[in-house]
Structure formats: structure tokens, C-alpha cells
Design a protein. Structure first.
Length: 289
């Protein structure tokens, strides 16, 4: 799995490095990269909105088919496929954005765990020597965190011997939240703000996404994802949790903007107009014959 994360981290690390060169602040560069990756997904998000609107528009046909063929599973499946084909609807189309988000997330996690490699692009030999040296300072089996440990202990004699000029890299947010640290559930620190913010932002993101897509907000789903987000934010370094917060906040803004131009009722209305135009054109062709 680690080799896949490393492969995904290469292009995202390149993007993150450019962002960091534009804005030499880690939290701001991470925000800029999150915005760029979300912009790339706008066409797929619009398509997902169209899919959700189509689903809302054919609900009456689906319910009628379920009632008519409730005792005949094969006939029901056949009728459902006919409805989907007639309405040009694909049940799996809405899953594509989520599937694409996973490799992006894993790639960004790789960049966050290895800032010396992907962001600062330091000498690989020195990075290797520093990660070996830090093993004698930090008692850990978590090899993913080694580069972050090097940054945390860059002022120790062992790391100074490898990087005599230090490592010019600041992972602090607001000057007092160390994004290289992992929040501890048993010990309160300011780092708790990130899991809390991740949960709150994810709740509103899920709630508004369902509302704007024409679905009735599901309180269970609206709570499940935020709880999972909080839990995960307590298991990753703060920078990963911050990326989660950024993603949720941008998703809220994106949902609102897309809803302004691609509201389900507008999409359904356009579909009805298009279907009426097709029927009219078909009728006119028959009249000409």
C-alpha cells in the first residue's frame, strides 16, 4: 500500500511544492492545493448533481414499478433497467467523484508525511541519514512519521550533524498549533481544534450536499461522516485533519455555487423541456411523411 501512496504523492507533491513557492506558508499552501484539486473535480461534481436530480425526477416511476412488480423480482429489475435507459440514468455515475477523491487523499497524505522528500526536495541521502538518526531519538515503529520526527527534532545534535544549517520549514498553524503532531484524545491541546472543526465542517457539507441535490437530509448519514472525520483526525497528523477541514469547507461553497446554477428543479425542468422537444420533433417527422 505504501508504494501506491508514494506513487500518488509524486504529482501531488509537485503541485504542493509550487503552491509553497507561491505562498511560503505551509497551511496556506495546503489550502491552495486543496482548492486546485477541488477545481479539477468541478465537472464531475456537476455531473453528480445532474445524476442526483435525475434520480429525484424518476422517483415516481420507480415507486410505481416497485408497487406493480413487488412480487416479481425479475420483472421489477427488468422494468428498472428500462426506466434507467429511457431516462439516460446510471446508478453508478454518482460514485465517480468519490472514487477519484480517494487516490487524491492518499497522495496528499503521502506528501504530508514526507515533506522533506516531496515538498522541500532535499538530498535523499541526507533524508535517509536523518530518518535513521531520529530512530535513536524517538522510540517508534511508525516509519511513516520519520520525516515529521526529523522536523520536530531538527535542533538536536544528531539532526544538526546532517543539516548544520537547520531545516527552514515551519509546520505551525497560528504559531501555536504544530501540524506535524497527532492529536491525543487523552490529553487536551490546541490541536483538538482541528478534529472538532473537521467534524463540524463535514456535518454541514453532508447536510447541504443532500439538501441541494434534492434528497431529503438523512440525519444518520449527516452524523456518521462527521463522527468518522473526527475519529480519523485524531489518528493522523494535524496537517491531514486540516486538509479535511479545507475539503469540507470548499465542498460547502462548491455545493452552494453549483446549486445556484444546477438546482435539481432546474435540471428536471430542462429534462422535461428536452423530452417535449424530442416528442415534438418526432411528431413533425411523422407528419411530413
Amino acid at each position: 500500500m505504501q508504494w501506491l501512496i508514494d506513487i500518488l504523492a509524486i504529482p501531488l507533491g509537485f503541485i504542493m511544492r509550487i503552491c509553497y513557492m507561491i505562498i511560503p506558508n505551509y497551511a496556506a499552501a495546503l489550502l491552495l492545493m486543496t482548492i486546485l484539486t477541488r477545481l479539477l473535480m468541478v465537472p464531475m461534481t456537476i455531473k453528480q448533481q445532474n445524476t442526483s436530480a435525475k434520480m429525484a425526477g424518476i422517483q415516481s416511476k420507480i415507486r410505481a414499478a416497485q408497487e406493480k412488480y413487488k412480487n416479481d423480482r425479475d420483472k421489477l429489475n427488468e422494468e428498472m433497467q428500462r426506466i434507467y435507459a429511457e431516462e439516460n440514468y446510471s446508478p453508478t455515475a454518482g460514485c465517480l467523484p468519490m472514487l477519484i477523491q480517494l487516490p487524491i487523499f492518499f497522495g496528499i497524505v503521502g506528501v504530508i508525511y514526507k515533506p522533506l522528500t516531496y515538498l522541500l526536495q532535499l538530498d535523499p541521502a541526507k533524508i535517509s541519514a536523518a530518518t535513521e538518526a531520529v530512530k535513536g531519538i524517538v522510540n517508534t515503529n511508525n516509519t511513516n512519521m520519520l520525516e515529521l520526527y526529523v522536523i520536530q527534532h531538527q535542533n538536536t545534535e544528531a539532526i544538526r550533524a546532517i543539516f548544520p544549517n537547520g531545516i527552514d520549514f515551519d509546520l505551525n498553524l497560528f504559531g501555536f498549533i504544530d501540524l506535524s503532531q497527532t492529536p491525543s484524545i487523552s490529553h487536551f491541546t490546541w490541536l483538538w481544534l482541528i478534529p472538532i472543526a473537521a467534524g463540524v465542517a463535514q456535518f454541514f457539507s453532508m447536510y447541504l450536499s443532500m439538501k441541494f441535490s434534492g434528497q431529503k437530509p438523512n440525519i444518520i448519514m449527516s452524523l456518521l461522516f462527521p463522527v468518522v472525520s473526527v475519529w480519523l483526525a485524531f489518528t493522523f497528523p494535524g496537517a491531514v485533519g486540516l486538509y479535511w477541514v479545507y475539503t469540507a469547507l470548499i465542498a460547502i461553497l462548491q455545493s452552494w455555487l453549483i446549486n445556484k446554477f444546477y438546482h435539481p428543479s432546474l435540471i428536471i425542468a430542462r429534462g422535461l423541456i428536452s423530452a417535449a422537444d424530442k416528442r415534438r420533433a418526432k411528431f413533425n417527422r411523422k407528419e411530413q411523411v
